[in-house]
Design a protein around this ligand. Sequence first.
Ligand code: HEC
Ligand code: HEC
Length: 459
Amino acid sequence: METRSYGFAGIAIATCGLLSCTQPSAPAEAPIAAEAQALTPNDALIAWSAVQAFEQGRRTFRYDTFGDEEFWGGALRLHQAIAGAGGGGVGPGVSPKAALGLGLKVDVEALPGDLRRALQRGAVDLDAPATTVALLRLNAVVGVTGFFGDGDDAPLRSIGIQCALCHSTVDRSFTAPGVAAGLIGRRLDGWANRDLDVGGIIAASPSVKPFADLLGVSEATVRTVLRSWGPGKFDAELALDGKAFRPDGKSAATLIPPAFGLAGVNLHTWTGWGSVPYWNAFVAVLEMHGKGRFHDSRLADAAKFPVAARAGFSDVQIPPAQDRVTPKLAGLHAYQLALPAPPPPPGSFDRAAAGRGDALFSGKARCVSCHREPQGTEPGWNAHTAAEIGIDDFQSSRSPDGRYRTAPLGGLWSHQKGGFYHDGRFATLAAVVDHYDGVLSLGLGAGEKSDLVEYLKSL
Ligand code: HEC
Ligand code: HEC
């Protein structure tokens, strides 16, 4: 069986080579060529199809707007705010410094060598909106696509967004004067962008009328709500139930979760709306405003989802020839399932303490009763009531099943910014452990708690 699976890996790697994918490496002793020849035509078809789906999914995740530029550029005119009056838009424009301050990231691989060197010499004007437009022209802003007219100097005429906007960030490989590490770098797909001020970006649009019309409130109210979200957060349910604030007056927005480490996990999103392809269609059509078909009769429930029911979100129709979402779902699914949770950096946790924490996780602390390893969530219907985890039910009651989904824990170290649980209510992992110690009456000592935290940092 083992050598057989090397054979599959061999085919995948050979195919990847053609498509210039660089990461995977086979065990040195694997007889790739011989094994590849031993594959039956159907085995080869399967391997080819997996690689094709992965490649297509990566392109979609990074670059596909699903036609949503008609909304972000066409209706909100966000591109005009970016270009500014000096670049054919309106207002002061958005400089690279301001864009990076809003949490947008720049893909260093998309920058030509002379521009990288100029950045490192401090010779690029990071206060000029024209530089932001130039970065968009290079397709270098992660998760954002600028649309230009014909010609090298044609003005920015529209803008669209991608999955990578919220679910990718960049590594710390590039620094320059005035550019801290982690702003310009190589893409890290699947990582939650906890710096991204989604609400602040949308609120900068010249028009937020489509949201005002949808929610039946003024544009000023929409802007107030958007600005209440803060970095790393978004409210996917606002467009369904119109609830902008929790009963305690705080924003109803949730943290952007990572989109890695999801293989083998049944329900997705904080409150378990459905599978990966369910949520991908939901977000592409209802949130990004891409052109696609979406169906979910649960959204016709006018008592629970008044905004969605009024807007007809339970059955969004589009002629098949214009559907730019449905044909992408298989590839997107394959790509997300392929994204591993990133291993913790060397030295970022205490190994001996983590070993003791591991034993507690599966023993005295009873974490494993819900966070079953290796997925970090239960096989089956991985959802719990608010009472079971000792918190309020505001967010769970906004979802069809009224539950919180057991969050997978891989790569926790990479999304500590913004805190933990759906709304970041626990600022640190220590606070999470304290919470469980209280509600589950675990009786953990101080040393045990810190061992558990070291274990969580090691996942
Ligand atoms: C504007 C930011 C934003 C964009 C763009 C976005 N997402 Fe998300 N994504 C979120 C937020 C916030 C959640 C959590 C929603 C919730 O639980 O209510 C989420 C949840 C998810 C989840 C569930 C993760 C888990 O823990 O199970 C997946 C998978 C996902 N998104 C994939 C995508 C894909 C694929 C796209 C592009 C089609 C996309 N997202 C576009 C913000 C975004
Ligand atoms: C009854 C089931 C259950 C038990 C037991 C449980 N958890 Fe959880 N855990 C959950 C659920 C559900 C969530 C999601 C909460 C939310 O979305 O707000 C969660 C979230 C978390 C998170 C936050 C993940 C994130 O991305 O923000 C951490 C960390 C965590 N649990 C660790 C633990 C530890 C450590 C233990 C043992 C002391 C434990 N859990 C015990 C169900 C459980």
